[in-house]
Design a protein around this ligand. Structure first.
Ligand code: TLP
Length: 340
């Protein structure tokens, strides 16, 4: 049975071009700074997001945690959206590794949320924690891959500057955001001090993410990466795939069309709620009105369709380059049959 895997864009496999580049990659010991392929990837990545320097890290989670560890001191506070990946899916690492407290705000990623953000920045009183960092996520995974626009990012950055805070952008899917906004990734990352983006999601590389920022920031983050056991030696074999991934990101736009197509199909079905207008990128959330989530996921799996849970009654579908438009239409049909 053919499997249509819409659990995540993390399931994408390296292309033939990536595998070839990996097999030919020139490598060296990256802890000594001698892996020329890693050095090239870091230079290219820094340029793409308009930052002075970049660091190749094994995962997006490590990139985010290095940013928190580098920007913050113990006992300080990080404001984030209540849907943020760093809050839900990073194993409480911010508290565990950096000794910071997350302050998750409902709907931070909205005009209203940004409008009231200053209320949550701590006053400089001796008995309060110190706010140090605002973490944004574009696209916001848990909200269904939604996008915050340039004006919203600019407002947060301006406010952060006013209060002497730093801004970190979890841009795991920054290129999806940029395509949705019809701008360059660089335009978005102007409004943050550091950014993490993933090579191993919709871009299809097998492993790896990038953390970018100022030279000083990356120098310190590199020390923290070693501290966490992330010094990776001859890792040019992986960086080579990352370079191929960054050479052409335009297929992400097609992924957005696939998600919209699926949303339109699902919106017509009984027993579920889907808002096609809410689908801005490659992630689509479907609310089950009657069927228990576990039952839906089991029955769709038995028909060859994999999806993921998001909360208690929400199913997440993520489109990517390893599923075709036909696969997506087939998925829509299968779900229609399952819900009958
Ligand atoms: N997201 C994964 C799961 O962890 C939920 C997925 O399937 O979407 N930031 C964002 C916004 C992410 O979506 C993810 C991964 C990460 C960071 C972490 O990246 P990795 O998995 O490389 O640690």
């Amino acid at each position: 049975m053919k499997i249509i895997d819409l659990r995540s864009d993390t399931v994408t496999k390296p292309t033939a071009a990536m595998r070839q580049a990996m097999s030919l990659a020139e490598v060296g010991d990256d802890v000594y700074g001698e892996d020329v392929t890693v050095n090239r990837l870091e230079a290219v990545a820094a340029e793409i997001v308009g930052k002075e320097a970049a660091l190749f890290v094994p995962t997006g989670s490590m990139g985010n945690q290095l940013a928190i560890m580098t920007h913050c001191g113990r006992g300080e506070e990080v404001i984030c959206d209540a849907n943020a990946h760093i809050f839900h899916y990073e194993m409480a690492a911010a508290g565990l590794l950096s000794g910071v407290q997350l302050y998750p705000l409902a709907n931070l990623h909205s005009d209203a949320g940004i409008g009231s953000l200053s209320e949550y920045i701590r006053e400089p009183l001796s008995y309060l924690p110190r706010t140090r960092l605002i973490c944004l996520e574009n696209t916001l995974n848990r909200a269904g891959g939604t996008v915050i626009n340039l004006a919203q990012m600019a407002s947060v950055y301006r406010l952060a500057r006013e209060y002497g805070l730093k801004v970190h952008l979890d841009g795991a899917r920054i290129f999806n955001a940029a395509y949705a906004l019809q701008c360059e990734a660089k335009e978005l990352t102007r409004y943050c001090d550091s950014v993490m983006f993933c090579l191993s999601k919709g871009l299809g590389a097998p492993v790896g993410s990038i953390l970018a920022g100022s030279v000083d920031f990356i120098t310190q983050a590199r020390r923290c990466r070693k501290l966490l056991g992330g010094g990776m030696r001859q890792v040019g074999v992986l960086a080579a795939a990352g370079l191929v991934a960054l050479a052409d990101t335009s297929h992400l736009l097609v992924d957005h069309e696939k998600a919209r197509r699926l949303a339109i199909m699902l919106a017509q079905l009984p027993g579920v709620k889907v808002d096609p207008a809410a689908v801005e990128t490659n992630i689509l959330l479907m609310e089950l009105e009657k069927m228990p989530l576990g039952q839906f996921l089991e029955e769709s799996q038995s028909r060859g369709l994999l999806a993921g849970p998001m909360g208690r009654q929400m199913v997440r579908f993520v489109t990517h380059c390893d599923v075709s438009m036909e696969d997506v239409e087939q998925a829509g049909k299968l779900i229609g049959e399952l819900l009958l």
